[in-house]
Design a protein around this ligand. Structure first.
Ligand SMILES: Cc1cc2nc3c(=O)[nH]c(=O)nc-3n(C[C@H](O)[C@H](O)[C@H](O)COP(=O)(O)O)c2cc1C
Length: 270
């Protein structure tokens, strides 16, 4: 893993007059995203809870971190592997689960694009429960790069169990249980446009393809999408307690990782 090699590629292309098509600065990346995304997706991706003060505070806090390289160590070979959850992972950074990433790609398949990026770079991906493509298809694009499945634990235990077993079968290397999204956050940007993507049926494929979810419906999601969405609202958002941990643990032998956000209140999850 030598991430710095990507800059060599850019400089070498520059010798042939080819400039990078991607922005190199975060601010420009955000500007380009705002220009390219439909306003409803942009508001969901860029917005935070309340007056977004904690969102800004998190960025400021992160800026206080610096890296000091060590000298005289002859670092011609850099080893970025880390030992975590009983396995050796190729990179010390992960792709966080982003529940609407599927909608952010031009072709509407951003989960697959993210998995392909993971495959190419060796950066492990945490695949969100809320995806455009089913978790099996996302896993299929990961190549040799490890993937983890992020679980929003449904209140219906049979659906939770089914999702975990599907993730196991699809080859995910761990289950990441998100703890902080049992209730919808107060998100002014989304509220102002009455915009909540899942209620419009987006990113629910892991549910609508799930046998346990489908079994709870009178008519299939293809025949009656509205009822499927309504049922989703009833099973999403489980206020877990420590007492649920033994049950979650009993579902799988995979590493079980619990996840919560810094206190900026991004709920609902995505
Ligand atoms: C648009 C968006 C969607 C997200 N979707 C999910 C999700 O589906 N599941 C989850 O566990 N976390 C989700 N998160 C939280 C991220 O995984 C991450 O924990 C959080 O953004 C904190 O990292 P950051 O400060 O680098 O943004 C989402 C965050 C954003 C911004």
């Amino acid at each position: 893993m030598a991430f710095a090699d990507y800059q060599n590629e850019i400089y070498l292309n520059g010798l042939g007059g080819v400039l990078p098509s991607f922005p190199m600065e975060f601010a420009e990346l955000a500007d380009r995203a705002r220009a390219a995304l439909p306003p409803s997706v942009w508001s969901y991706v860029a917005g935070g809870a309340g007056d977004e003060h904690t969102q800004r505070a998190n960025v400021a806090a992160f800026q206080r971190w610096g890296l000091i390289p060590r000298m005289f160590v002859g670092a011609s070979q850099r080893d970025l592997t880390v030992e975590l959850f009983g396995m050796t992972l190729p990179s010390p950074v992960f792709l966080a689960p982003i529940g609407v990433i599927g909608l952010c790609a031009q072709d509407g398949h951003g989960d697959l694009a993210t998995a392909r990026a993971a495959a190419r770079t060796g950066v492990p991906m945490v695949a969100s429960t809320l995806s455009v493509d089913p978790l099996e298809d996302v896993a299929g694009e990961l190549g040799d790069t490890p993937g983890f499945f992020q679980l929003y634990t449904p209140t219906d235990r049979s659906i939770a169990e089914s999702l975990v077993h599907r993730a196991e079968r699809a080859g995910y290397r761990g289950i990441v249980v998100t703890l902080d999204t049992w209730i919808t956050g107060w998100r002014p940007r989304d509220l102002a446009t009455a915009n909540f993507p899942q209620l419009r049926g987006h990113c629910l494929t892991n549910y609508t393809t799930d046998p346990a979810f489908r079994a709870a419906l009178g008519r299939s999601p293809e025949e009656d999408p509205q009822s499927a969405i309504l049922h989703w609202t009833q099973v999403f958002g489980n206020p877990l307690t420590w007492d649920d941990l033994d049950w979650l643990r009993s579902l799988t032998d995979l590493p079980l990782i619990v996840k919560h956000l810094p206190p900026r209140g991004r709920a609902p999850g995505p």
